[in-house]
Structure formats: structure tokens, C-alpha cells
Design a protein around this ligand. Structure first.
Ligand SMILES: NC(=O)c1ccc[n+]([C@@H]2O[C@H](COP(=O)([O-])OP(=O)(O)OC[C@H]3O[C@@H](n4cnc5c(N)ncnc54)[C@H](OP(=O)(O)O)[C@@H]3O)[C@@H](O)[C@H]2O)c1
Length: 350
């Protein structure tokens, strides 16, 4: 695809943590080009460089720094909008963009569990995208909404998918250690998190439990029948900058050996041959060292799009236990939306 034919992309919530990641990941994207940036009234009218407190370790692209932040109004937006605003704002705004004919690819939790809104990880449930055809706006203006999961859910579900397919999963226990960047900027006050662990993230456990079962569920009729498994999540905030770590125990429907689970992960490459630019070659990577994965050492595998699993061993309560790690603002947010957009483009739906 030549530069001239790149899809123009708008970012709603462009100045935030996830908004900044979109800008970083899209800088040299072969298919997409950022053409519209919107945020709150506090930012609109200013140059992006002035409005955003750039927090990433690559330079803010000059072209983007000079762009003016637009008001969050669909009338000037391009037809593809990546949205990363708080759920309460998303609930009001995202439908307005879909009504105006935009493909809205959202990071917020506002519509993830809505009946005809797909909640998608391309490697896991690409077929659920069909639900966009059920959305009234699709027929009226062409617009629709697609969501990606919560940042802690994505790592868990990628690690579970290959196991679920081969052996079935009946029970899931997960306890997370989630990075501070997951709370946006400025997020958790340093006085609360330094030298500390906060054993509470509002609504996170409920989101993880519900989203996991929808993602691993089956598209049937007009919606998704969730996976019939029992799941419990404990979510904790820890003093890590980026990268969510999760300790997972699972009970399987059919017995599996250690080697069979490793093989399921190694052979899990559902996007091979689709040539999606952001898709990692090996979405689930096993780290054999006894003290891995670790956020600082493993979060950037597959350009931040791979999940690293490790410490697979028998569990005395359920069948198997392991540790999973994923980059929360790349695989868990901006990268997830971009990969969903690439999949939609490859299906001719953008
Ligand atoms: N951080 C993560 O790891 C992560 C992962 C997955 C999902 N998410 C979800 O993604 C969304 C954004 O998260 P974040 O971490 O990027 O948050 P954030 O850093 O707080 O950024 C919020 C963004 O929303 C904009 N905004 C606020 N009020 C607005 C309004 N009335 N109209 C338009 N824009 C408005 C802000 O603009 P101003 O700068 O002008 O205030 C900013 O650009 C949330 O729903 C979050 O739950 C985050």
C-alpha cells in the first residue's frame, strides 16, 4: 500500500497514555496515518506538543507535535477513529461517532459487553467481528463499534486460547500484578504506590471475569454464548511502570501433559499468512528460565505484542499453573486496537 493510499486515522483521547502509544506505534505504519487528534476542551485548540505531556521513550514525531488538537466532534473526524477515553465519556461519545459513519475502535470498557458489539483479539475470536453487521448504525451510516479487551484480560486470554482449543478449560484462577501505566496519566499517586501494593483496582476483577468468557465464547445467533467455565480474578496494582504479570491456575476438561501444553502454545499461530503488520510472529512465547517472565525483561517481546508465559507446573488445587506477562499499553491497549483495525482492513470492512 503506497503512502498516498494510507487509511486516515483519527484518535479520540490522543493526549492520554493510550493516545500517545497510538501515535508512537502508528508513526511508520504501512497502512495507517494519523490525521486527526482530539481530546478534552482543556486541550482542543492547542498544538499537540503543547497539550500532551509526552511520556514515552521515543521522541514525539514533529509532524504530530505541530498538529492542532481538535474538539471531540464527529463532524470533522476521519472515518476511522481509535478511541481511548474514560468509559463514562466513551459511553456518550462513541455512539455519536458511529452514527456519523465512523468505524470506532475502542479501548474503553463502555461497550465491551454489549450484545452486538464485538470484543475482539484477532488471534482468538476474529469471527466475532461479524457482529458489526448487527449494529443499527452499520445499515444507516456505515459506522460501527468494535472493542478490545481490558489490558489484563488480553494477556490471560491469549495464554488460555490454545489450551482451551485442545483440552477445554473448566476453571480459571488468576491473580494479577498490574503496572501503574494501566491507570492512565498521572494515575496512581506516587505516595500510594512506591514501596507498596494496592490490592484493589476498581471494577477490574469483574471486567476480567466477564470479558474472558465472552472472548473464549462462541458466536451463535445474534451474540456470543460465553465459555462455560468458572473464573475468579484478584487484581493488584504494583510499582511497575509497564507490563502486567498474572499468576494463573487452570482446571482442564481433558488431561494434558507439560509437553502438550508447551506444544499448544508453540503451535498457536492463527494469523500466519494474513500479513497483518502489527501481528507478532509468535503471539505466546514460553520463557524456560525459572525466574521468568519479568516485566522489565520480557514486556517488549514481539514489539510489545507477544505474551510471555513461564513457570508451567502442576497445581495442587487445579491441574496446571503458570505465569503470563504482557505489555499493558501496547498489547493491552493501543497495539490491540491497531491489530483489530488491520484485521478489519484485511477483511475489507474499513
Ligand atoms: N492505560 C492502559 O494501560 C489502558 C489499557 C487498556 C484500556 N485502557 C482504557 O483506555 C482509556 C484511556 O486510558 P488512558 O490510560 O489513555 O487514560 P488517560 O491517560 O487518562 O487519557 C485520557 C484521554 O481522554 C481525554 N479526555 C478526557 N475527557 C475528555 C472529553 N470530555 N472529551 C474528549 N476527550 C477527553 C484526555 O484528554 P485531555 O488530555 O485533554 O484531558 C486524554 O487524552 C480508558 O477507558 C482506559 O480504561 C487503558
Amino acid at each position: 500500500m503506497s503512502t498516498k493510499t494510507k487509511y486516515p486515522i483519527g484518535i479520540l483521547g490522543a493526549t492520554g497514555m493510550v493516545g500517545q502509544r497510538y501515535i508512537q506505534l502508528l508513526e511508520n505504519h504501512p497502512w495507517f496515518e494519523v490525521q486527526w487528534l482530539a481530546a478534552s476542551d482543556r486541550s482542543s485548540g492547542k498544538s499537540y506538543g503543547e497539550a500532551a505531556k509526552w511520556r514515552l521513550d521515543t521522541p514525539l514525531p514533529e509532524r504530530i507535535a505541530k498538529m492542532t488538537v481538535a474538539p471531540a466532534d464527529p463532524k470533522d473526524a476521519p472515518k476511522i477513529v481509535f478511541a481511548s477515553v474514560d468509559a463514562a465519556i466513551a459511553r456518550e461519545m462513541e455512539p455519536l461517532f458511529a452514527e456519523a459513519g465512523c468505524a470506532v475502535l475502542s479501548n474503553s470498557s463502555a461497550f465491551r459487553m454489549t450484545l452486538n458489539v464485538p470484543l475482539v483479539i484477532p488471534e482468538v475470536n476474529a469471527d466475532h467481528l461479524h457482529m458489526i453487521e448487527e449494529q443499527p448504525t452499520r445499515k444507516q451510516s456505515g459506522g460501527y463499534m468494535v472493542t478490545n479487551p481490558n489490558c489484563s484480560t488480553i494477556g490471560l486470554v491469549l495464554a488460555l486460547k490454545a489450551i482451551e482449543e485442545r483440552f477445554g478449560i473448566e476453571q480459571i484462577f488468576v491473580s494479577t500484578m498490574q503496572a501503574v501505566s494501566g491507570a492512565g496519566y498521572p494515575g496512581v499517586p506516587s505516595m500510594d504506590i512506591l514501596g507498596n501494593v494496592v490490592p484493589y483496582i476498581g471494577s477490574e476483577e469483574e471486567k476480567m471475569e466477564a470479558e474472558t468468557l465472552k472472548l473464549l465464547g462462541k458466536l451463535e445467533g445474534h451474540g456470543v454464548t460465553p465459555l462455560k467455565a468458572r473464573i475468579t480474578a484478584h487484581c493488584n496494582r504494583v510499582a511497575v511502570e509497564d507490563g502486567h504479570t498474572e499468576c494463573v491456575s487452570i482446571k482442564l476438561a481433558k488431561p494434558a501433559t507439560h509437553d502438550e501444553i508447551l506444544a499448544a502454545w508453540a503451535e498457536f499461530k492463527p494469523l500466519v499468512g494474513k500479513d497483518l503488520p502489527t501481528a507478532p510472529e509468535q503471539p505466546v512465547q514460553y520463557a524456560p528460565q525459572p525466574d521468568r517472565p519479568q516485566p522489565r525483561l520480557d514486556r517488549n517481546r514481539g514489539n510489545g505484542m507477544a505474551v510471555t508465559v513461564g513457570r508451567l507446573r502442576p497445581c495442587n488445587l487445579l491441574d496446571w499453573k503458570f505465569v503470563a506477562l504482557s505489555h499493558n499499553t501496547v498489547r493491552g491497549a493501543a497495539g490491540a486496537t491497531i491489530l483489530n483495525a488491520e484485521l478489519l482492513a484485511s477483511l475489507g470492512k474499513l
